[in-house]
Each structure stands twice: as structure tokens, then as C-alpha cells.
Design a protein around this ligand. Structure first.
Ligand code: ADP
Ligand code: MG
Length: 692
């Protein structure tokens, strides 16, 4: 019998509570708490075998730990494995390290061996192993699993050592009860081990080859079931729902096309064609358009709008912020001014009479475009003839489920747009049954933005550079971080810095400060002034991240760039380089920043390709961090990484789709285990499907 986890040997009520909080409530969830990595004991060097400059991994017990004060404080550890000793030192975050290591615990350290009054490692990678019986372990010749930890686990003594013991015990007594989930022919074909063997090997590996096959199997499983879910959903896509067929020739679209001050890119043409094809069919379009910042998504959106308008329908364009709604309103009304199309703006600032007049038009089925925030659909605006919903900067909302619209009785075509482009296979995984269009080409004559990373001690030079460009007639953004947790402090810092500059260095220029706490009219005025060239240097928080389009803005200085995420930096940088002039982005940071921050900044200086940046960002950050919350409706992975494991993903996808194609309701005997597992774990994640 499978026990409740608190009755498992080595767990007990206290540890069960800690595990519970982390989302591990059942035996099945527990056994899928996979190691983060492994130490191969055959590659661990005894401490009496070190030599200078060797790159090694060692393990030992902490004999001493502390801070040496001096000109610069240093945190040190001394470890011993019974054969010899080694010192490790850290020059950064000394106080954090101090609280992290305890004498008597075991650690593994990896890095290069130096010699400084004895063998030493500077800033090694480390894994804390707990206070188990490692002396014994070193001599048993195993691959040692290292489990991810957290504060709560630490408090109740759950560490790599205790996890190893727990898994050792439960796997020996319950392994027979773990069911297989994949058809045998399938796991044989993919060279996986049976499921029971895979669990044994992933938690207590004896041999590298078996371990690798087990890891691959569990990665595959994660992808496989998600792909199966998608395959099942695909049978119930919007392609079967009734929708509006927009067959009228798009007179206004043609007119806009002829009036454009530039040629459309080939990618824009292709995507408009894809959208037009969708909208012609009597089923709702359900498409996501991904394209890097500046790839020209707005124009594509406008063309889709005109198709709906030409067919007598209403359009809702939703954006994440009011600032962006206002800018879109401005851009779109300008582009469409000769097109005889009504464009309305609905935000918190829309005055009552205007709101009422717009609502009247909406009620009387007049074709028109309404631009607003997400509240457009959710709140009290009613459309009497809604034919198209466009959601811009979709990544800010999370994936909008069509079901939300359907519940409101909306049969409209849906186009989502995102500036976080990701590789195609990934897009297929993430966006599920949405059709994906990609703008993979930038409008011509846009030299890439030159990006530099500079320390704060270069501030004066940067200021001089900024002034020089302004003297040449160009405009500048200076961006400050504003993170939720420390919003007040950040805002204060930004405001103070601004007043200082205004009084001092930049006194002879026109400057302004823009942040999210301002009244919308004020924000709008500042934005408009900036885009009309009435402001030279705009100090701003990240509110400019989405929106503002000012071709004359050529310089962006990002203060405390180490505090921004990679994709966010890329989005910000996308605000410049929108004209034909050469543009510069300067990432300013303190001298000492974390390694991951260094990596981010390095990538920013090396590439401006949004696809590549998104991929790198995914590699550095966890999947969940990248796409925001768990609530976003995107899959959460325990072991697989959709970026680095793309080939496994592709295989799993192919296999899952094949199975559903041959057995759409999973009724075949060979798929019975698979079906059982799927129903248990995935059923509530899918709204419409029918396999029972
Ligand atoms: P994003 O994809 O980031 O939303 P926008 O739609 O705001 O990008 O377009 C960025 C800028 O490029 C706008 O000023 C837009 O008018 C311009 N633009 C769009 N398409 C083209 C094109 N084919 N050629 C030249 N400029 C274009
Ligand atoms: Mg845009």
C-alpha cells in the first residue's frame, strides 16, 4: 500500500508540513521531487590529491567558517575530508555567506585550485550536502544526487542527505507499486528504462548510462503528457465553433496599403495573409502573432481591424496599460485618418459623456474600433457586434483562454500579439492550440542599437555623451528600475536623481520625469511633449517599456541595469533605434553585481535578436519566472527545460500526436495506463475534451 507521506520513514508530521507547503502532498508528488544535479564520486578528488590550477570537485566537512576583517572583508571556509584540507574564500556578499554555512556540515566545492599559503578556491561553486554520514559515502563509489533545497526544508532537516535516505527507503519498499504509464513499445523504442527502474536510477543512480536514460525518460514524460493534452485540445479547437466569415473584399485595407509611407516587410505581408485567411472562414480565428519589438505588429493589427470594419463589425483592441492605450489611439487614429473609420479610446480617464457616446455607437452596431485596457471586455462595456478582439503585449496578461471569451458569448476572431518571440517548437508547446504567426524580419534601415555596459564610475563621461547628442538635436531616455517590492524607495531615488540633474548637469536642457504614479493626463502630456520634441531628456521608470514610439530618441541610459530581467532590458532598448539614426543603449551598473546579472548584461551587449534573447533568458531563468505566474496557464516543468531539451520535446510531441491520431479517445488496451495517468494528472487542465 502506498502510504501518506507523513508516515513514510524519515518524514514524520513536521517534515510532511514543510513538504506540503512546497506542493508535495502525496507519495506520487514526492517521488517526482527530482535531484537538481549529481556529484559523480569517481570525479571527486580526495583533498590530498590537489594540484595548483586544476579544475576539480571536492567534498568535505566544514571545519571552520567565518569572516576575516581587513581592508576588504573575506568570508572563508575550511573543509576536510580526512585526507587533507582546503580553504575556500568569497569576497562578495560576505554576510550572506556567513549565515549560509555551518561548521560540521558537508559541502561539495567545484572550481579551480589556487595556492595561497595552502590550497585555496576563490568563489567556488558549492552544494550543501547536510550533516550526513559522508565519510562513508565517499568510499562507497556512488553517484550522489543533490536535491534542491529551501529555507523551510532546512529548518526541518530536509537536505540532500535526508532526501537520499528517504528515497532509498521508499523505493526499496514501494517500487513495485509504481505503475508504468507509457506503452511498452514506446519506451522501448525510445530506449528508456521501465518506469520503476527509472525512479530507482534517478534517485539512487549506480551507473551513468542508466541515470541519463532515466533523466531523459522523466523529461520526456513531462513533455509527452502536455503534448497529449494539446493533441486532445486540437480536436476541439475553435475551428469547429461557429464564427463570422469576413468575405467582403477589404476596401479600406487596400486603401491603407496604398497610402503607407513605407513598404511592408515580406513578413508583414505573409502574416496579414495568414490572418486574412483565418478571418474568411466561418470559424473564429485563434492566433498569436509574435514579433520582436519594432517588427511592426501594430500595422498588422490595423489591417486585421480594417477587415472586420469592412465587414461591418466592431473591434476591441486591448493593451496592458492606459499609457499604451493612449499611444495606440494616437497612432491608429493618425494612420486611419482618411479611412472613414471611427476610433474610440476607453480608459479610466474617458469623460462620462464620451463614454456614453461610444457606448451608444457600440449599441447601435456601428462598425468602430475601441481601444482600452483589459477592462474593456471584463467590465461594463458591451459590444453589440464584436467581430475581432486584439490583445497587444499578451505576455503581460498571461495566455488569455478563449474559453473566457466564449463564456461571455463572444464568437469574435481573436488575435494576440507578443513581443517575446520564442522558437517555433516552443511556441507550439506554450501556446497550445493557438495558431502561431511570426514576424521574423525587421523593417529596413534600422541599424541595430549599439549597447554598452558601463560601471557607475563612468557617470560623468556618460553625461557628457548624453549632452553632446542632445546638442545634435537628438533625444534621450534615462530609465530607473522600479520593482514592486521596493517601489517607494525606487521612486524616491529616481525623483531625487532627477531633481539633482535638473538643477545641475542638465539645467540647460528641457527635461521631465515620467512614472506610473502620475495622473494619466500628466503622463500623456509628457509623452506627447517628448514625441513632439519638446523634451530633450526624459527620466522615466519602466512605464516606457511598452508603447512610446519616438524615432528621434536615440540614447537610452538604463540605471541599475543589473536589476532588470533580460527580456525587460530588451523591451526597453526597443524604445530607441526606431528611426534611421544611430542609437546607443548604455547599461549602467555598480561594480559588483551577481554572476547572473553579469551574464544578462553580457548577452545584451552581444545581440539584439529578440529570439536569441528570449532563449537565453529561458536558459538563465526558470521557466516559471520567465513567463510570470503559475496562473498564466502555462505548463510548469519539474525536470524538463523546454529550451535545452528541445529535441526531447520534439520527439515527445511527435509520439503524443501520433497516439491521439490513432486512438483519439484512448480506448485501446495498450493505452489504458496512459489514459489513467492522464486523467489523474491532467484532466482538470483541459476544459473541452472527451476521452472517457
Ligand atoms: P511593435 O512590433 O514593437 O509593436 P510597431 O508596430 O510599434 O512595432 O512598429 C515600430 C515602428 O516601425 C513604427 O514606427 C511603425 O510605423 C514602423 N513600421 C512598421 N512597419 C514598417 C515597415 N514595413 N517599414 C518601415 N517602418 C515600419
Ligand atoms: Mg507594439
Amino acid at each position: 500500500m502506498i502510504p501518506e507521506i507523513q508516515y513514510i520513514k524519515g518524514i514524520g508530521p513536521k517534515r510532511a508540513v514543510a513538504l506540503n507547503k512546497y506542493g508535495i502532498k502525496t507519495f506520487w508528488e514526492l517521488i517526482e521531487y527530482f535531484p537538481r544535479r549529481y556529484l559523480d564520486r569517481t570525479r571527486i578528488l580526495p583533498l590530498n590529491n590537489l594540484s595548483k590550477d586544476a579544475e576539480v570537485t571536492v567534498i568535505g566537512k566544514i571545519e571552520a567558517a567565518g569572516v576575516r576583517r581587513g581592508r576588504k572583508p573575506v568570508f572563508y571556509l575550511v573543509i576536510s575530508d580526512g585526507n587533507g584540507i582546503l580553504e575556500a574564500v568569497w569576497f562578495n556578499y560576505v554576510n550572506q555567506y556567513k549565515t549560509m554555512f555551518k561548521v560540521g556540515e558537508w559541502v561539495s566545492l567545484s572550481g579551480k585550485v589556487n595556492f595561497y599559503r595552502g590550497f585555496q578556491m576563490v568563489h567556488p561553486d558549492y552544494d550543501k550536502l547536510g550533516d550526513g554520514d559522508f565519510e562513508n559515502l565517499i568510499n562507497t563509489g556512488k553517484i550522489i544526487p543533490i536535491y534542491p533545497g529551501n529555507e523551510a526544508f532546512k529548518k526541518v532537516g530536509l537536505n540532500s542527505y535526508t532526501f537520499r535516505k528517504i528515497f532509498h527507503s521508499i523505493l526499496s519498499s514501494h517500487v513495485q507499486e509504481i505503475p508504468e504509464v507509457l506503452p511498452e513499445s514506446l519506451y522501448n523504442q525510445r530506449n528508456f528504462l521501465p518506469r520503476q527502474e527509472s525512479f530507482r536510477n534517478i534517485h539512487s543512480p549506480l551507473e551513468e548510462d542508466y541515470l541519463a536514460r532515466s533523466i531523459n525518460r522523466f523529461k520526456y514524460e513531462e513533455f509527452f503528457f502536455i503534448q497529449m493534452m494539446l493533441a486532445l485540445q486540437k480536436q476541439h479547437t475553435s475551428k469547429n465553433e461557429p464564427g463570422y466569415a469576413f468575405e467582403n473584399p477589404s476596401v479600406k485595407l487596400e486603401k491603407l496599403y496604398r497610402q503607407l509611407p513605407f513598404n511592408m516587410t515580406t513578413a508583414q505581408m505573409r502574416v496579414v495573409k495568414e490572418i486574412r485567411g483565418d478571418m474568411k472562414r466561418p470559424h473564429p480565428m485563434n492566433r498569436i502573432l509574435q514579433g520582436d519589438v519594432g517588427s511592426g505588429k501594430t500595422l498588422v493589427a490595423m489591417m486585421a481591424m480594417l477587415i472586420a470594419i469592412d465587414n461591418g463589425y466592431q473591434v476591441a483592441l486591448m493593451v496592458p496599460t492606459e499609457v499604451l492605450a493612449e499611444q495606440h489611439y494616437f497612432t491608429i487614429s493618425t494612420f486611419l485618418k482618411d479611412m472613414d473609420v471611427m476610433v474610440g479610446l476607453l480608459t479610466g480617464n474617458t469623460i462620462t459623456s464620451e463614454r456614453k457616446s461610444l457606448q451608444d455607437h457600440l449599441n447601435s452596431q456601428d462598425p468602430l474600433i475601441v481601444i482600452g485596457t483589459h477592462a474593456l471586455i471584463q467590465e461594463n462595456v458591451t459590444f453589440s457586434k464584436l467581430g475581432l478582439v486584439i490583445i497587444d503585449e499578451q505576455h503581460r496578461f498571461g495566455v488569455m483562454q478563449r474559453s473566457t471569451l466564449l463564456e461571455k458569448g463572444i464568437q469574435a476572431h481573436v488575435l494576440m500579439m507578443t513581443a517575446t518571440p520564442i522558437p517555433r517548437t516552443l511556441a507550439l508547446t506554450i501556446y497550445g492550440n493557438l495558431d502561431v504567426s511570426t514576424l521574423d524580419e525587421m523593417p529596413p534601415n534600422r541599424p541595430p542599437v549599439q549597447t554598452y555596459w558601463r560601471f557607475e564610475d563612468k557617470t560623468e563621461e556618460i553625461d557628457v555623451f548624453v549632452m553632446d547628442r542632445v546638442d545634435k538635436g537628438e533625444q534621450v531616455f534615462i530609465v530607473y528600475p522600479l520593482v514592486e517590492e521596493s517601489e517607494k524607495i525606487d521612486l524616491k531615488a529616481a525623483t531625487e536623481n532627477y531633481s539633482q540633474y535638473k538643477k545641475d548637469q542638465f539645467a540647460r536642457y528641457k527635461t521631465a520625469l515620467l512614472h506610473g504614479q502620475m495622473k494619466s493626463e500628466k503622463k500623456e502630456k509628457i509623452m506627447r511633449d517628448f514625441s513632439e520634441g519638446k523634451i530633450d531628456i526624459l527620466f522615466s521608470t519602466t512605464v516606457i517599456e511598452v508603447g512610446i514610439d519616438v524615432p528621434n530618441a536615440t540614447i537610452m541610459v538604463i540605471e541599475h541595469a543589473e536589476r532588470f530581467g533580460l527580456s525587460q532590458l530588451h523591451q526597453l532598448r526597443g524604445r530607441i533605434g526606431r528611426g534611421s539614426k544611430k542609437s546607443y543603449c548604455i547599461l549602467k551598473t555598480p561594480y559588483r553585481i551577481s554572476e547572473t546579472a553579469q551574464k544578462r548584461l553580457q548577452i545584451m551587449t552581444e545581440t539584439s535578436d529578440g529570439f536569441q534573447i528570449a532563449e537565453e533568458d529561458l536558459r538563465i531563468r526558470s521557466w516559471g519566472d520567465f513567463f510570470g505566474t503559475r496562473q498564466s496557464g502555462l505548463p510548469v516543468f519539474k525536470i524538463a527545460n523546454p529550451v535545452s531539451d528541445q529535441s526531447i520535446l520534439q520527439t515527445a510531441r511527435k509520439d503524443a500526436f501520433e497516439i491521439i491520431k490513432n486512438d483519439p479517445h484512448l480506448r485501446k488496451e495498450e493505452n489504458s495506463q496512459l489514459k489513467e495517468y492522464f486523467i489523474l494528472h491532467y484532466k482538470d487542465k483541459v476544459k473541452y475534451f472527451n476521452i472517457s
